[in-house]
Design a protein around this ligand. Structure first.
Ligand SMILES: [Zn+2]
Length: 266
C-alpha cells in the first residue's frame, strides 16, 4: 500500500545534481565500451544514496516516537500509510514517545489521552473505524500540540495559548470555513443545546488544529486515502474540512509552524 500521487516534498535536495548528471550521461557513449560513470554521474549516485539514507533516517526517527500495539492487526498497514504521509511533511526528533492502542468498539473513532503522569501519552484508534489513517494523523496533531509545541510537563495545549500559533490562529479565523460554521452556530443557539456543543467542539482551537494538520498532511503527501477523507469532511452536515483555496494561508501557516519547531524538522 504505497502513497498515491506525486511526492510534494518541499525540500528536494537532490534535484540540482540529478539534472546536471543527465547531460553528462548523454555525452558519454562517444568514449566507447570502456565507459565508466563520469564524475557527475558518480556524484549523482552518491547524492542519491545519501538522500535515501536521510529519508530512511527521517522515517526511523518518526516511527521511534510511536510504540504501536502488537494487536494492531488490520489497522497496522493504515498506521504505516499515516507514517509515510507524515514523513513527507516532517519528521519527529527528541520528543517523548506515545503509545498507540487499537481499541474495539464500534463507536470509537480515536482519541489522545494524557495521563496524570507528565509525558505519559496514548493515542487510541478504533479498530472498526472506516478511516483509521486519517484518525491517527488527527490524534498525532493533538500529541504534537500537547508535547511538540506545548509545555512538556503540564502538556498544556499550545494551540489554545501559545504565541507560536498566532499566525495559524489568524489564518484559521480569517477562513471562510470558520465564519461559516461560526454563523451557523449563532443561529443554532436558539435550538438544541447538543447542536451548540457540536459547533463549540468544532471551533475549539485544539480541534481546528488537529483537523487543519490532517488536511495539511494530506496536501503535502498527496496520499489518496487522506485526501478522500478531507473531501468527505467537506461534505458533512456541518463541514469539518476547508475548501482548497480557503486552506492556502492555513497551510502556509502550518509550514512556518513546523519549520520553526526544532523537534519537527523536515
Ligand atoms: Zn480531536
Amino acid at each position: 500500500m504505497g502513497r498515491g500521487g506525486a511526492n510534494k516534498n518541499r525540500k528536494p535536495g537532490a534535484v540540482a545534481v540529478g539534472a546536471g548528471s543527465a547531460r553528462g550521461v548523454a555525452s558519454a557513449p562517444a568514449v566507447g565500451a570502456n565507459w565508466s560513470p563520469g564524475a557527475k554521474e558518480l556524484a549523482r549516485r552518491v547524492e542519491h544514496a545519501a538522500e535515501t539514507k536521510r529519508s530512511d533516517r527521517r522515517g526511523d526517527d518518526l516511527r521511534s516516537h510511536f510504540i504501536v500495539d502488537r494487536g494492531a492487526g488490520k489497522v497496522a498497514p493504515e498506521l504505516e500509510r499515516a507514517f509515510q504521509a507524515i514523513q513527507q511533511a516532517h519528521t519527529i526528533r527528541g520528543l517523548r514517545p506515545v503509545r498507540v492502542r487499537v481499541v474495539d468498539g464500534r463507536s470509537h473513532r480515536g482519541c489522545f489521552v494524557r495521563s496524570q503522569i507528565p509525558g505519559d501519552y496514548t493515542i487510541e484508534v478504533g479498530r472498526e473505524d472506516r478511516a483509521p489513517a486519517a484518525v491517527f494523523v488527527h490524534e498525532v496533531a493533538h500529541y504534537l500540540d500537547a508535547h511538540g509545541f506545548g509545555d512538556q510537563d503540564t502538556a498544556e495545549l499550545a494551540s489554545e495559548n501559545g504565541d507560536v500559533f498566532a499566525q495559524w490562529r489568524t489564518a484559521v479565523r480569517a477562513s471562510a470555513y470558520y465564519s461559516d460554521v461560526d454563523r451557523k452556530c449563532v443561529v443554532s443557539v436558539s435550538q438544541r443545546q447538543m447542536e451548540v456543543s457540536r459547533y463549540e467542539y468544532l471551533l475549539s482551537d485544539r480541534e481546528l488544529f488537529a483537523r487543519s494538520y490532517m488536511q495539511w498532511i494530506a496536501l503535502r503527501s498527496q496520499d489518496e486515502v487522506l485526501l478522500a477523507q478531507v473531501n468527505e469532511g467537506r461534505r458533512e452536515g456541518i463541514p469539518t474540512q476547508w475548501a482548497d483555496d480557503d486552506f492556502a494561508s492555513i497551510a502556509a501557516a502550518l509550514d512556518e509552524l513546523i519549520d520553526g519547531n526544532e523537534h519537527l524538522q523536515p
